[in-house]
Design a protein around this ligand. Structure first.
Ligand code: GCB
Length: 613
């Protein structure tokens, strides 16, 4: 959350009236990777500050003088007391979580200060922004001893304009990152994943013209395979311009005029090859205004539902998926790179997947772009997880901001077909109102994609017969139902799944968004023994038999592709602070259940029907 939406609007209005010199919090700039941008990847000097002495005095009052770390003050005489020094403190790599870079920081939750010095000669009439892919959780950013602003939320991008503050030489950028959990945050204090802190995604300087193309939406209109519709948004004083959208390979060139707010909508007929997992066709799309140009690789596809079906390009599709955390393969820690994305999605494809659930928060932009290239459909999610403060308006605003930041960043990715607004949230009036607003927000920010949430249905009994019914008040407003169940792990035995029937109160497709159980790779025993590969394998066999009987099932994303770190998982010799529900280990070793799922997905891709039976 940068500022509330209304404050962003107020800033934007002030910005357009007063010129860009006043603006501090910048609206998100789209497609930063295509801009000629120096990155700040590499080692930054850091100070670990568990007591926040860099920002608070001993009476807990905010520091403003030279003892505040963001001043980066150096002693002016041998007698001057200065109790910090970035330049002789250690270093950590950016991007990267701090937990896996130093043993002493593995469980650390608190403040770390980062410093990076740089020179930058900005020509007149050019603008400069500093862009952060993500920092978990609260980031306060300072340039040359002045605060630029603060961002809340650990998984979405943000940027600040530094046009009027940057100097040709000796700039120092300081970022205070704090990952302390708090009950009003999103996520709240309780999660089942590692609270990796730090500047976890790339930081870039982005130089722009005075009026630049800030964002655009170039997608097929809902349910219209032959109509591109969208908009472009300029940022800067020359709001009214001619903007041309070109797709050279398809011979398309369309021009529009932006209005006094720098915005123009467009809609034009096309005959493009459609993107799909079988043919992940991307087109080079060029957008040029009179003062700027940007190009992107964009795929075009439609996604919609009809009764129980999910239709990709008008045809029913079964989503053969798997859930994935942004946990780095091989090294562990927060995943962020193209190589991480390629490995994880490659493993998913090896399983036979055409779909992944990127749980439980927005993953890196690299992951979404790789999914576009590799042809893997994506469920994107915000960290509205378990129980958060449903009655707190600031928490709602924060969740909406994180949702909007995810949508703004990813709304041109063909792979992304579903936005999920929540995971396993207990039904109550306050929760229903909260999630109702998020669903509405997602639909209005991007009417072309589907909205879902991972729900939790309850069992009911008729004599000895067990039925699980999807019946949740928020389901009425969702396009696709998600449901998590752990039959055979947290409830019942694996074999009891054989006698369970599923029903739904809604005529909508269902994705079984989680099921599974833990196995320690290499631990063998009989199928009744917890933690063995055989137990997990047997659980998958019974699950799949049950799933095949659900007539309205249109996708599965079992929990989970790879083992991942979690502070909740303490059992020595087995968990050792890892959730072991992975089908593969962090080194990519395949457990027995992997082959059961792979076999199921092979059968599915060989059948032309949408249903699993
Ligand atoms: C769940 C959660 C997921 C956990 C998983 C588990 O229901 O959605 O975040 O990691 O169960 O392993 O218990």
């Amino acid at each position: 959350m940068r500022l509330s939406r209304t404050s962003v609007l107020a800033v934007a209005v002030a910005f357009f009236c007063a010129g860009f010199s006043e603006a501090q919090v910048a609206p998100l700039i789209a497609n930063v990777t295509s801009r000629q941008a120096p990155t700040f990847d590499g080692p930054w000097h850091v100070i670990v500050d568990p007591y926040d002495v860099g920002s608070l005095d001993y009476r807990a009052k905010a520091l403003s003088g030279n003892s505040a770390f963001f001043k980066d003050h150096k002693p002016q005489s041998p007698s001057e007391l200065v109790e910090y020094d970035f330049d002789t403190s250690g270093q950590l790599n950016v991007p990267g979580d701090w937990n896996t870079q130093r043993d002493s920081l593995l469980f650390y939750e608190g403040t770390v200060w980062y410093k990076r010095a740089f020179n930058y000669a900005l020509a007149p009439h050019r603008r400069l922004f500093v862009h952060f892919g993500a920092a978990n959780y609260l980031a306060t950013v300072y340039l040359n001893g002045e605060e630029l602003g603060q961002h809340q939320g650990g998984f979405t991008p943000f940027d600040f304009e530094i046009t009027d503050r940057v100097k040709p030489r000796d700039n120092f950028l300081i970022v205070k990152v704090n990952n302390r959990r708090s009950k009003e945050f999103v996520p709240t204090v309780n999660t089942d994943w590692w609270n990796y802190g730090g500047i976890t995604r790339p930081v870039r300087l982005i130089e722009m013209s005075e009026t630049f193309i800030q964002d655009y939406f170039v997608q097929l209109a809902k349910s219209s395979p032959k109509q591109v519709a969208g908009w472009v948004q300029l940022n800067g004083p020359q709001a009214r311009q001619k903007v041309t959208i070109r797709i050279p390979e398809a011979g398309i060139s369309q021009s529009v005029e932006t209005d006094a707010k720098g915005r123009a909508g467009f809609s034009f007929p096309t005959d493009l090859q459609l993107w799909s997992p079988e043919n992940p066709k991307l087109y080079q799309v060029e957008i040029a205004s009179e003062t700027d140009k940007v190009s992107d690789r964009i795929g075009f596809r439609t996604i919609e539902t009809h009764d129980n079906d999910i239709l990709l390009n008008g045809k029913p599709v079964f989503l053969r998926g798997v859930s994935i955390h942004a946990e780095a393969p091989f090294r562990t820690g927060r995943a962020w790179s193209e190589a991480d994305a390629q490995t994880l999605l490659g493993w998913a494809k090896g399983l036979g997947c055409n779909f992944v659930r990127l749980a439980h928060y927005p993953h890196s932009e690299a992951m979404l772009r790789m999914a576009d290239e590799m042809g893997v459909m994506v469920w994107g999610e915000v960290p509205v997880y378990w129980t958060i403060e449903w009655e707190n308006p600031a928490t709602l605003q924060n969740a909406k901001n994180q949702l909007n930041e995810m949508i703004e960043r990813d709304h041109n990715r063909a792979a992304l077909i579903i936005y999920s607004v929540a995971n396993e949230t207990p039904i109550s009036d306050a929760r229903n109102r909260f999630l109702g607003q998020l669903i509405e927000e997602a639909h209005s920010a991007d009417p072309t994609r589907l909205v879902s949430a991972a729900l939790q249905a309850n069992e009911s009994f008729t004599g000895n017969h067990i039925t699980i019914t999807i019946n949740d008040p928020i389901a009425a407003n969702l396009d696709v139902l998600g449901n998590n169940e752990y039959i055979g792990w947290y409830t019942r035995t694996p074999a009891e799944a054989d006698a369970i029937d599923w029903e739904s109160k809604y005529d909508k497709p269902l994705i079984m968004s989680e099921f599974g159980g833990d196995a320690l790779f290499g631990k063998h025993g009989d199928a009744g023994e917890r933690w063995t590969e055989e137990y997990q394998e047997n659980l998958y066999i019974h699950q799949i038999a049950m799933l095949k009987r659900i007539s309205f099932l249109r996708g599965t994303t079992p929990w989970i592709l790879m083992d991942f770190r979690s502070p909740r998982r303490t059992l020595p010799g087995i968990e050792d602070y890892f959730n072991r529900k992975g089908l593969v280990t962090t080194q990519g070793e395949k457990k027995k259940a992997y082959f059961v799922l792979q076999d199921f997905y092979r059968q599915l891709s060989n059948t032309s029907t949408t249903q699993t039976k």
